[in-house]
Design a protein around this ligand. Structure first.
Ligand SMILES: [Zn+2]
Length: 116
């Protein structure tokens, strides 16, 4: 596993955690909640406050991730939305993008054909 794959797997893992956080927030009818930062640093434990609408917008695209401001890495992603609380980034590095798309928990079986 190369460095890009390792970083992409870390991000995909944080994304899975947030999927469960979003599920329980929905169950309690919360409008917003604290998600975990989905950056590529495995030791990052920072939290991102976001509304469920913002979160759903991020998750609608398998290449988009939710980060704490300042945790974005221009060598693998570009910022597509930014507020004082959060950054939404899209993976642009080819290898990273391919791994996170493959691990997308929202992907339908027919969309799982993106192999690298
Ligand atoms: Zn982070």
């Amino acid at each position: 596993m190369d460095d890009h794959e390792r970083r992409a797997s870390t991000e995909a893992l944080f994304r899975d955690v947030n999927e469960r956080i979003a599920e329980s927030a929905q169950r309690f009818d919360a409008r917003s909640t604290e998600f975990v930062c989905e950056c590529s640093d495995p030791s990052c434990t920072d939290r991102v406050e976001a509304t469920l609408d913002e979160y759903e917008d991020v998750r609608s695209d398998g290449a988009k991730f939710l980060l704490v401001p300042g945790h974005e890495d221009p060598s693998i992603e570009r910022v597509v939305a930014s507020t004082g609380r959060l950054r939404i980034v899209e993976k642009v590095q080819r290898r990273v993008r391919s791994v996170v798309m493959r691990l997308n928990p929202r992907a339908r079986p027919s969309a799982a054909s993106e192999h690298s």
